[in-house]
Design a protein around this ligand. Sequence first.
Ligand code: ADP
Length: 463
Amino acid sequence: MTLLGSKADGDAAGDERVRRQVKRRTYWWCALIFTLGSLAHPLVLGELQPAFFLVHLGWSAAFVVLGALVGAGWIRGPESGIAAGLVSLVALSLSISITGGLSSPLFPSFYTVPLLVAVFTPGQRLPVWSAIVGTLVAVVLMTWRAQAPWSAFITQSISLGFTFLVSAYGAETFRRLQGAEKSAHLERVEALRQLADSELRRVRVERQRAEVERLVVVGQLAAGVAHEVNNPLAYVKSNLRYLEEEWAEGAPADLDDVRRVLEETQQGVMRIQQIVTDLRMFSRDEPGGMESCDVAATLAEAQRLASVRLRSLGVVERDVMPDLAPARVTPRHLVQVLVNLLINAADALESARPSRPAHVVLRARMEDGLVRVEVEDNGPGIAEAVLPRLFEPFFTTKPPGKGTGLGLALCREYVARAGGTLEAENRAEGGARFILRLPSQGAQAPARLRDEPAAAATEPVAE
Ligand code: ADP
């Protein structure tokens, strides 16, 4: 608003300066015309009249001075108009008196005085009406001095009246035009001010919306963290309950089993710690994926970690080719990806409650120098409409409170960081298959894998 206000002030000052310059130029043009008129007077009057010449020179000089004063801003419009009218009236009265009074060939030039003033002070009533009154007084005086019949005055007055009307009407019209222009200018300034206000409001609303969105994302991320932590927490909890029950009736007989359960529990706690560290890394966007990973061992670990969920559902099979090269990926990331895929498979199998027993396969082999890992299940598969959106963050088909839609997005992010790809497809015989392609240790990752980490979900394939 302040900016607009000062800009409007600046514009108004600039306009005023231009107006003054135009007026000064007009005064000086008139002075030149009066001088040329005085030089040409012998042609009109038939002889050289020094007095007439001097009067005109004085008139011109007065206009030069008036122009300079107006241009410098020392006198304003109305005063300069009145002064110009007065000077012109005096100069014309003298010229007409010198050249024969009422019968002077210059007498009609009286008519020009109000017009002249209207030109110099457009839109101002006072100077124009002073010029009209002044001209009338001058004509009355001249008629009285010449002792001419009053009928002559009336004839002159009728002609003068027309000129006066034109002058007054012109001045009035100009005044109205100026008023309209001024209010249009004010409206323009007001519209600009409102525009600036609404722009400010828009920016404020935009900022508030971004803040709300950020809060929503933070909320969803928090839910995602809970989702990630809940899986290891589930088996830590069930293992602790198992140990509690075992010890309820004294020291357990099978200490090997207890040791195994304790190891598993410790791994679960470490997993939670890793998840928290990983999430921190996720938010920091640190580069990863340059470690060597024993895929067979990682598959075994992931299977063990997810077994709490899968054990009761059916069979989990591991099929690893013996010539498998180590993959170039952070091992804990790969474990996390695989656990995620296995938990998703368990969710899908559970939700479908198939008549046949659940069958989950973890498979790994070499393919074109890459390590190809598959996680497949014989669940309901992925709906056609869901496939293209599978890896979108926060996309889930699970009921509220169960799914966050962050699991697969995080999986793809981890795989992409290692320069690999993660895709999904439906198996021809039913169920879903997730395919990971990872660069193998020692081999240079192909450009396609490095440049296109986020490959699209693929269509179902026949097997
Ligand atoms: P969430 O598990 O929280 O829903 P994910 O990103 O892990 O988030 O999974 C997104 C969606 O992908 C799931 O809601 C589900 O519809 C689908 N999905 C994932 N794995 C499978 C699978 N094995 N079988 C069928 N659908 C699956």
